[in-house]
Design a protein around this ligand. Structure first.
Ligand SMILES: Cc1ncc(COP(=O)(O)O)c(C=O)c1O
Length: 428
């Protein structure tokens, strides 16, 4: 492997991507998901998935296996977004002060329905960050001397937000490491032990699917452990909704932040905050909000003038997601993930950081070359994959056992894309 220092992004790599304009002519008709086919069988139907891939306009300059930052919109969603932008722009405040509120209410109701919760339990946000920051900072049951807790695999800015509670609420912060390699039992035991060692924990930050390794947490079991210990859970579901199926109410968590611009495929700038109806009073009004009544969840977030067009495009994104079918989408993403993981599991010199237990992963999975735990090592691997194999991945840090490289396929990726990664990693 030539770990060249040449900066890929500054060179021939991604410079110039801004010039790409959508070419809808390339998109074929949207195929129907065949009835009566098990999702894991349908996941291998390359002809169908090629038609789905043709619904996305994707750069051909590189094989993008870094779809975890956000999810690109499918062409019909992008077309609707462009229409919405033009409409909002043309109608200006006449629209924003006119019918917008009713349309936003309909979007909110659609999001709630899709998540299986009541409309009055959902507020739209500009992303998971806004939802989670409002939940963490607004949680008003902490008392000076209490403890709050999170793990190494939680998202960095949510960890910072939990740390902020030290000054703001006078609490102690405990951080612990998720065991590696992770198993369901080992993860639950780690949470159980962390609570046993820290009896003052009253609030736990928990991430449904870690952006660092792709590990999916057994949320309902951990939430039960938290409850037994007198702690509430704020769940970071930034990556889970749309990547795999679950029922919000069955997670046993009362406060959750979601994203729609990752795996639901909505335009950038859309998320959602869930607060179980009877827990609303445990989250403070956002900055003493008076725009909405105190018993309305929308008083717990105040985004100011937001991207109306992005919110209005949410129904198109959910239509596209539902037209494929969440179970079929999940199965295809798992199939692409398993294709590289199964080919390389056990490869000497390579550690794959999520287990094969289907309950413990979805599309995202990270790897580490044995012993290569430093930032520089992993950045060099990402650079080599880009420069020598034309494959885009990302380095991730913050894991107690060391840094790693994350691989995130999307629906438009093909088997050939994955096989290129496997061939590349075999040369390392
Ligand atoms: C686990 C996790 N939580 C929260 C966020 C924040 O999401 P956003 O930046 O879209 O608000 C991210 C973003 O990547 C994430 O991966």
């Amino acid at each position: 492997m030539n770990l060249s220092r040449r900066h890929f992004l500054e060179g021939a790599g991604l410079a110039g991507l801004a010039a790409i304009a959508p070419d809808f002519a390339k998109a074929g008709p949207m195929p129907d998901t065949p009835a009566d086919i098990a999702p894991d069988i349908h996941a291998k139907d390359s002809a169908y998935w090629e038609k789905i891939a043709s619904q996305y306009h994707v750069t051909e300059r590189i094989t993008n296996l870094e779809n975890g930052f956000w999810g690109i919109m499918a062409n019909p969603v992008l077309a609707d977004y462009q229409r919405q932008i033009e409409r909002v722009n043309a109608e200006n405040s006449m629209f924003a002060r006119g019918g917008y509120n009713e349309e936003e209410d309909a979007v909110r109701a659609r999001v709630a329905k899709s998540l299986g919760v009541s409309t009055d339990e959902i507020a739209l946000t500009r992303g998971a960050t806004e939802a989670l920051q409002n939940l963490i900072t607004g949680y008003n049951r902490l008392r000076p001397g209490d403890t709050v807790m999170y793990a190494d695999l939680d998202y960095h800015s949510m960890q910072y937000c939990m740390n902020w509670l030290t000054e703001r609420r006078g609490v102690k912060v405990v951080r612990f490491a998720i065991p590696e390699p992770a198993t369901r039992e080992a993860v639950i035991t780690a949470y159980r032990e962390a609570f046993a060692q820290n009896p003052g924990v009253r609030l736990l930050l928990l991430t449904h699917l870690s952006n660092r390794t792709g590990l999916v947490m057994p949320v309902s079991e951990i939430a039960a452990v938290a409850r037994e210990n007198g702690a509430d859970v704020i769940l970071d579901a930034a990556h889970s909704w749309g990547q795999f199926e679950f029922k919000t109410k069955e997670l046993g968590v009362d406060f959750t932040g979601f994203n729609l611009h990752k795996w639901i495929g909505a335009p950038l700038g859309v998320g959602a905050m869930y607060i179980r109806r009877d827990r609303l009073s445990d989250i403070d009004l956002c900055m003493a909000d008076e725009n909405n009544p105190a018993d309305d969840i929308r008083s717990r977030v105040h985004s100011g003038t937001a991207n109306f067009a992005a919110y209005l495009t949410v129904p198109s994104a959910l239509d596209f997601h539902e037209r494929i079918g969440p179970a079929y989408k999940e199965a295809r993403l798992r199939y692409l993930r398993n294709r590289w993981v199964h080919a390389l599991r056990g490869h000497p010199g390579l550690d794959i950081l999520t287990p094969d237990d289907p309950a413990m992963h979805a599309a995202i999975t990270s790897f580490r070359l044995k012993g290569k735990t430093a930032k520089e090592d992993n950045q060099a691997i990402v650079r080599a994959l880009a420069e020598e194999h034309n494959i885009f991945t990302v380095w991730r840090t913050g894991i107690a056992a060391g840094d790693c490289v994350r691989v995130t396929p999307a629906l438009y990726n093909s088997e050939a894309d994955i096989d290129r990664l496997v061939a590349a990693l075999r040369t390392f």
